[in-house]
Write a protein that binds this ligand. Structure first.
Ligand SMILES: [Zn+2]
Ligand SMILES: [Zn+2]
Length: 270
């Protein structure tokens, strides 16, 4: 069985809508890992609206949502994930509890006045929340997909995920600042695809140390150290237009032809 990874949103920090962002896309982060028997969603940025429409067409009635952390670019699409208002839909939501705040508490706050007119408790779907301990591992659904986690280096904390299923492995490392510790290297080791926070150029990073993001160059280093097969850079800076990303990607691919910048709507088949 094939596994399909689709990038529904690849932008970090804030959504961008302008002709300068048409190739790579302006929606904030949301990635789908379709294992055939299981739809796994990584983060709920504004890109989740398009995933929502696709799974509605296919009459999918269950999904797992893994939240890296609750900074708004990762959860602002959640109230627009139509399936939460479908009483026949089951959603399992997973996330860490950095600083003692659960994902449920953050989504409840997001869907409360004065931020949003519809409350979380009005969502008719069956929504189950799972609070993850640090480095927790667990199985999804019938056990076909195994999930491993590691803490990331990010203000307020974040969780990195690795999914193993159908004989392939995908690591989702958003958001994080290098150098990555041994836990992250272990998490991504030998994986088929590593999706990595490559927000800044080396030049930009010099003035943004401590902001919790990384660079394409660091992703290449981790990929090499951990024997990763393919690297997808994402969480693109809202300051990086198509022209900027195209130029950076050209340089990166001369170093590693298996590395690329994720584009909104792109599907990678593993
Ligand atoms: Zn982010
Ligand atoms: Zn963040």
């Amino acid at each position: 069985m094939t596994t399909k990874i689709t990038f529904w949103g690849v932008r970090g920090s804030i959504a961008c809508a302008s002709p300068d962002y048409l190739e790579f896309g302006g929606n904030t982060v949301c990635v789908e890992a379709d294992f055939g028997t299981r739809t796994v969603v990584l983060d709920a940025g504004t890109g989740i609206r398009f995933l929502s429409k696709r799974i509605k067409e296919q009459n999918v009635k269950a999904a797992d949502l893994l939240i890296s952390h609750t900074h708004w670019d990762h959860i602002c699409g959640f109230p627009f994930f139509e399936q939460i208002f479908d009483k026949d839909f089951t959603l399992d939501v997973y996330g860490g509890t950095p600083e003692g705040r659960t994902v449920r508490q953050a989504l409840h706050a997001e869907m409360s006045p004065p931020f949003f007119p519809v409350a979380l408790h009005q969502a008719a779907a069956s929504i189950r929340f799972h609070d993850l301990a640090e480095k927790e591992t667990f199985a999804l659904g019938d056990g076909n997909v195994r999930v491993s986690t590691a803490p990331l280096n990010h203000p307020n904390g974040a969780t990195g995920y690795r999914l193993d299923g159908n004989g392939v492995s995908i690591a989702y490392i958003s958001d994080t600042e290098h150098p990555c510790d041994e836990g992250v290297i272990r998490l991504v080791r030998d994986c088929d695809l590593m999706i990595y926070d490559a927000t800044y150029t080396d030049e930009e990073y010099k003035t943004r140390i401590g902001w919790g993001h990384s660079t394409p160059g660091e992703a290449l280093k981790i990929g090499k150290a951990a024997n990763v097969r393919k690297i997808a850079f994402f969480h693109h800076s809202p300051d990086h237009t198509d022209a900027v990303l195209t130029a950076i990607e050209r340089d990166i691919r001369t170093e590693n032809p298996n590395a690329f910048f994720a584009r909104e709507g792109m599907t990678v088949v593993l």
